[in-house]
Design a protein around this ligand. Structure first.
Ligand SMILES: [Zn+2]
Length: 83
């Protein structure tokens, strides 16, 4: 594990709190591009794995439940409009 990997445990990124890690990304078996993956817990209770880069860039801020909630709201609005 490279020493430059920052410990993100306890850090919050949007709805996610980092609870464990870093884990080696299973997709990077060749180890040519190491990227640490962190186990995060979302405010909804789901667990989610995200890479350091994605967390720090703000690409990942929830397990996906926020987006799902937004989609649901949109659908409800459309239904209300149709009535
Ligand atoms: Zn969630």
């Amino acid at each position: 594990m490279p020493a430059k990997v920052e410990n993100l445990i306890g850090r919050k990124f949007g709805s996610l709190t980092v609870i464990a890690g870093p884990f080696k990304s299973p997709r990077n078996k060749e180890r040519t591009r190491f990227e640490a993956a962190w186990k995060c817990q979302c405010v909804c209770g789901n667990y989610w794995f995200a890479s350091s880069g994605h967390l720090r860039q703000g690409n990942v801020t929830s397990c996906g439940c926020v987006r799902a909630k937004l989609a649901l709201t949109k659908r409800k609005r459309r239904l209300a409009h149709a009535q």
